[in-house]
Design a protein around this ligand. Sequence first.
Ligand code: NDP
Length: 483
Amino acid sequence: MTETTNLYIDGEWVPAEDGSTFAVENPADTSETVAEYAKGSTEDAQKAIDAANEAQGDWEAMPAPDRGAILRETGAVLEERKEALTEQLSREEGKTLSEAGGEVQRAIDIFYYYASKAADNAGKRKGPSGGRTSVYTKREPLGVAGLVTPWNYPIAIPAWKIAPALATGNAIVLKPASAAPGPAGSIVQALEDAGLPDGVINFVPGSGSDVGAELTSNDGIDAVSFTGSSEVGHHVYDAATDNMARAQAEMGGKNPAIITDSADVDEAVDIVGAGAFGVTGQACTACSRAIVHTDVYDEFVEGIVEYAESIDIGPGTEDPGMGPHVTQSELESTLEYVDVAANEGATHETGGERLEGDEYDDGYYVTPAVFSDVERDMRIFQEEVFGPVLAVTEVDDFDDAIEAANDSDYGLSSSVVTDDLNEAYEFVERTEAGVAKVNEKTTGLELHVPFGGVKDSSTNTYREQGDAGLDFFTEIKTVYLNT
Ligand code: NDP
């Protein structure tokens, strides 16, 4: 019998008021229920918001180094539990153990990073225009933050929202994605064990349309930080800003990698393959378009097909090259895009089949797919698939490549593979993306630098991570002090 993880409201693990629960199955073997969660309602979310408002003042008043010490201890608790957390993440979301372990480590590092930042965020002193006036800025927390997170990085994304919000003196209500809420719950458990005062963080799994909507529209919420799809993100942003809350929404991507004629093709294949098929293509920064110079096109296509076909697929807990999709609907969506691409006239080079037989029958497995001869007006070039599907497009020259890469509603991450320094700089100047990478895959982010996109990938308000994470969760008071 699976134990139920309850809601966490005002320092207590409590069932949902109406007693509802929901189960999460293992995407590698759907006959296994991994965990059961209390399913919060709008009323539960309201209670959590009230508790956060009650607790926030004392938390803000706690000296910043003491807040930092709690975050540091949380990092240590997570570190002690790393192995179990890695297994939990792999079993709920499907990632391989290597991928899950890397993500858990990232969450640990994020807590250590913001622990050291907590005391360092007071503001800046400026020279006065005259007299003995002290002119300085003071950073103050916004109040209560509603955090809404997706399933695809179920521990790292909650961590990179929670840690800066707490470091700066905000209280939190967190709604994790229903497909994989466990890792976020484990962070909350670690915070409790590290001594976080009651009510400062509240955890309410439940549906997006109930709990999520309440967190983005309730008057008791001062800041909303959302990561997820563009469709929901736009709605969340409108609801939050209508309510005068500060809002950021990080959304989808259709991330290109340009392969120039000077590129080392073997290196390009490794960079694109890792970006496209890592984490089963379920990353907002996944590479889904390879835009390849005609002189190296055939060699690249041959190499990337070989790369895709060499990936071994299996349950994440066996640490293969690639795990399953997270849910049936994500699997179906990927299979549908494979049909769409073929019907649009792209050349189906390999993959995109559901794996069947033996260990595969009960899981959401698909083989990594490559389409070549993809034209810019095809849906497979324009729409986010969120699965291991790569579209390869041939271009005549560098200008053409940049134009094709920018021909997208999204602008999250982009990459170029080149041996030409001028092309590298030109790419950095002209790419329309929040993250520009030279000779590096589109996925993979450093935690101490800002992250976010342009166009439909982001609301273009505030970046996340690094110092930008602290900026989002604080407002500035400007002080003129005369004595
Ligand atoms: P969704 O937009 O479906 O869900 C994201 C979160 O929003 C979930 O917690 C969901 O709850 C909740 N939600 C759903 N409806 C509402 C609503 N009406 N009001 C408030 N909250 C709501 O995205 P996915 O979880 O499917 O994540 C995949 C998407 O996330 C991809 O498009 C990907 O590109 C994007 N992403 C972006 C990143 C970035 O930093 N730019 C990073 C990672 C992913 P529930 O789960 O209960 O439905």
